[in-house]
Design a protein around this ligand. Structure first.
Ligand SMILES: *[C@@H]1O[C@H](CO)[C@@H](O)[C@H](O)[C@H]1NC(C)=O
Ligand SMILES: *[C@@H]1O[C@H](CO)[C@@H](O)[C@H](O)[C@H]1NC(C)=O
Ligand SMILES: *[C@@H]1O[C@H](CO)[C@@H](O)[C@H](O)[C@H]1NC(C)=O
Length: 344
């Protein structure tokens, strides 16, 4: 250990010991993070160079089992054998100790919206991350289509980055291993700002280096047209519905080295008006491509199944499904009975 890194370690330890213990989201919050940052000013330039980088496969060649649960009133269900949980940053404070107490090896990815402001976050967010419209001022843009109470923000604004930096610091502080920032493709939407693809590429690069600086992994969600510029900087990608849109191949560059986690929806037709896929139809394809996919309802409760377990239990269906193409598209009914009471 060099003298420099020795002192870094000592400083880091001191800073950790001095940092105020967090009791609740309300008690911790902005103030705690600001205190922490103030005391560690001399460390400001010291960025972490290591962070969690999930692997595509386990040593035995199976997929790491992952769960993607953003709802169910904040009750995160522990599922034996699940290795990675993607959960909402708001539920993480109470969920992380519970999940870790059951299995210290679990890895937790914390979801938050990076490109929008959500008015329903008021309670949970109050102290630590820009919940009042006035926190964002002129950086608050148009309503997000289809998501009441949600507005785009101007990702070029330093105000936005200050808020997000605190959010990421908070994620680190409460024990997330990685972050899953959503709505990072404002250039594709009517945000109220003249956002270009270059603006969004820059924003995503900033998000990745900020997360990494805190020692957190980061996933790319949406923003497929930026994959070429971003795939080296992100640690995994999350996709929804690429089978429905027949565009999963766009991830091939990314998937050469990093995990692709995806979800197809059993109520896609009902909610989005696109066709609903039968897991027997897309799972064989995803298994073959090495993409780790779940089948879930759009409300993203704990219930769902992963393709690996589905195909292990339905060998014949999956074998047939591998050959099916056209009929995959015709479903308009709700297939959620497949996932009822089941977990990945
Ligand atoms: C770097 O990571 C360590 C351990 O993961 C953490 O305690 C520390 O706060 C991080 N440093 C910064 C600058 O985020
Ligand atoms: C998933 O891929 C589809 C293309 O098939 C794309 O339209 C969609 O935005 C992607 N979703 C996410 C969350 O990355
Ligand atoms: C989520 O959606 C599924 C499928 O439509 C439904 O069966 C379930 O009751 C919903 N759960 C909640 C908590 O909304």
């Amino acid at each position: 250990m060099s003298t420099l890194s020795h002192w870094t370690a000592v400083l880091l330890l001191t800073c950790l010991l001095l940092a105020a213990p967090v009791k609740t989201a309300e008690a911790g919050g902005f103030a705690a993070i600001d205190r922490h940052r103030h005391r560690s000013r001399s460390l400001a330039a010291v960025k972490n160079t290591t962070w969690w980088k999930p692997k595509r496969y386990n040593k035995d060649g199976t997929f790491p089992r992952f769960q993607y649960q953003l709802s169910d009133e904040g009750t995160i269900k522990y599922v034996s054998g699940v290795q990675v949980y993607v959960i909402d940053l708001d539920t993480a404070l109470s969920a992380i100790p519970k999940l870790k107490s059951k299995n210290a090896a679990v890895r937790i990815v914390c979801y938050f919206s990076a490109g929008s402001w959500e008015d329903y976050r008021v309670q949970a967010d109050r102290q630590f991350r820009g919940v009042r419209p006035s926190d964002w001022g002129a950086a608050l843009g148009k309503d997000m289509d289809g998501w009441p109470g949600e507005r785009w923000v101007d990702v070029r604004s330093s105000k936005v980055r200050t808020i997000l930096r605190r959010r990421i610091a908070w994620a680190k502080k409460i024990g997330c291993h990685g972050v899953d920032p959503d709505n990072v493709n404002g250039h594709d939407a009517d945000t109220g700002f003249p956002l270009t693809k270059a603006n969004l590429v820059a924003f995503n690069k900033w998000l990745a280096s900020t997360a990494h600086g805190f020692g957190l992994g980061i996933g790319l969600k949406n923003g497929l047209d930026m994959i070429r510029q971003l795939h080296t900087l992100f640690d995994w990608a999350v996709n929804e519905s690429c089978n429905v849109y027949e565009e999963c191949d766009l991830y091939d560059t990314f998937a050469a080295t990093k995990p692709i986690w995806g979800i197809e929806y059993c109520d896609a037709n009902e909610v989005f008006g696109v066709h609903t896929m039968d897991p027997a139809c897309f799972c064989p394809r995803m298994m073959k491509k090495g993409f780790n996919f779940l089948y879930k309802a759009v409300n993203l409760t704990a219930q769902g199944i992963d393709c690996a377990r589905y195909c292990a239990a339905n060998k014949q269906k999956c074998a047939q499904g591998a050959a099916v193409t056209g009929s995959c598209k015709s479903r308009t009914n709700n297939l959620c009975s497949v996932v009822r009471g089941r977990f990945p």
